[in-house]
Write a new protein. Structure first.
Ligand code: TPP
Ligand code: MG
Length: 385
């Protein structure tokens, strides 16, 4: 594989940008619908290298899919555990669970280009981003189960999961709130002269909130190392985004502030990977912030209990034909991977998650006495008021 080192690789160092794998895999789909495309000057990878990279990307997508499928089952009855239906049995995952099923290519394609020390902010739909940034499955599942062995000692849960060990600064229940956090982190990196970049994921609904304008403006004015990633699944919770959005969309808004970027087919993990690779290389070279607009589709409702009756079933069925995993599998087979090899990845992902489920269920609950630890500043008030 080229120099795009995986976030899970401890001590990975920044290297020269690896070659595009697009040439070996066929034409890009909708690369750049709104922003001018850069010339493809990089040499093509050999087929073996392309296949190895795509196998890695597929593996990550399969792990995200398996994780979320399992979490969804574990959450059944979760709203009942909130107290809405006292007759239902308590779930293993309690409270709201937002799934990114169908959007896995965005997380996998972007994060493959990040190093462990790079930073990331996420949304309310953050399992995929967290896994792709290199977090371990068992502490993640423990966190969803509210256990003491979770990434956040069970106090964050699905919607506020974070893992600072891999630079994952947090999912966020407040739409667009990850944007100023990412920009602040990037400003801190710049002040300290550190080489990392920050990947900032948000949804198409977030671009209609003030922090989007404030964050992109600040990042552009100070030329901060942020990759803004708009996961455009064309829906904001339960409402189509287009009718409530003025202008030509998120990439045009970014461009109006001078933040250059690309629009890609967010279900094509190769297109996402290659675009992110090019944009991150520009950021690392000191070019300031960049914008990646990834057009995708969420297969499920807003939250796990939402069966999305407001959606046209024909639209959902059509979108499933464009499943990012199916697309990647077809490309792998075209590159000479065997169906058995791809099936083995799926099976390994399911086994990994099954094991994590068992470990999470057996894991201890947090001690009530520790409820306020790590949350309230027990050392007294800070120097600011
Ligand atoms: C500031 C704020 N306003 C409203 C909400 C309620 N809410 C949760 S998700 C969501 C829609 C977000 O749309 P998008 O960013 O596209 O995310 P997606 O639904 O596609 O995951 C809204 C309005 C919220 N969490 N925060
Ligand atoms: Mg959306």
């Amino acid at each position: 594989m080229g120099a795009a080192r995986h976030a899970r690789e401890p001590g990975a160092v920044q290297g020269a940008p690896s070659a595009s794998i697009v040439d070996a895999l066929g034409p890009k789909l909708s690369d750049n619908l709104s922003c001018p495309a850069g010339p493809e000057t990089l040499p093509a990878m050999d087929e073996l290298t392309s296949r190895a990279l795509l196998l890695d990307l597929y593996r990550m997508m399969a792990r995200i899919r398996a994780f979320e499928d399992a979490a969804e089952i574990a959450s059944q009855g979760g709203v009942a555990a909130w107290g809405l239906d006292a007759s239902a049995k308590p779930a293993l995952v309690r409270g709201p669970l937002h799934l990114s099923t169908g959007q896995e290519a965005v997380a996998a394609g972007v994060c493959q280009n990040l190093q462990r020390a790079d930073l990331l902010t996420s949304t309310h739909r953050g399992h995929g981003h967290t896994l792709a940034k290199g977090a371990q499955v068992v502490p993640m599942m423990c966190e969803l189960f509210g256990r003491a062995t979770g990434t956040n000692k069970g106090k964050g849960g699905s919607m506020h999961i974070a893992d600072f060990q891999v630079g994952m600064l947090g999912a966020n229940g407040v739409v667009a709130a990850g944007i100023p956090i990412a920009v602040g982190a990037a400003h801190a990196l710049k002040i300290q002269g550190l080489p990392q970049v920050v990947a900032c994921f948000f949804g198409d609904g977030a671009v209609n909130r003030g922090p989007f304008l404030e964050g992109l403006n600040w990042a552009q004015v100070y030329q901060l190392p942020v990759l803004f990633v708009c996961e455009d699944n064309r829906i904001s919770a339960t409402t189509p985004t287009a009718p409530m959005t003025a202008g030509s969309g998120s990439a045009a808004r970014a461009q109006s502030m001078g933040v250059q970027g690309r629009t890609v087919d967010g279900n094509d993990v190769v297109a996402v990977h290659d675009a992110a690779q090019a944009l991150i290389a520009e950021i690392r070279a000191g070019g300031g912030p960049r914008f990646l607009h990834a057009v995708t589709y969420r297969f499920k409702g807003h939250v796990s209990v939402d069966t999305a009756p407001y959606r046209d079933p024909a639209e959902v069925a059509a979108a499933k034909l464009n499943d990012p995993l199916t697309q990647a599998r077809a490309k792998l087979l075209a590159l000479g991977a065997t169906a058995a090899a791809v099936d083995a990845i799926d099976a390994a992902a399911r086994e990994e998650i099954q094991s994590a489920l068992a470990q999470a269920e057996a894991a201890p609950w947090p001690e009530p006495a520790e409820a306020y630890d790590d949350i309230v500043n027990t050392a007294g008030a800070g120097p600011w008021h």
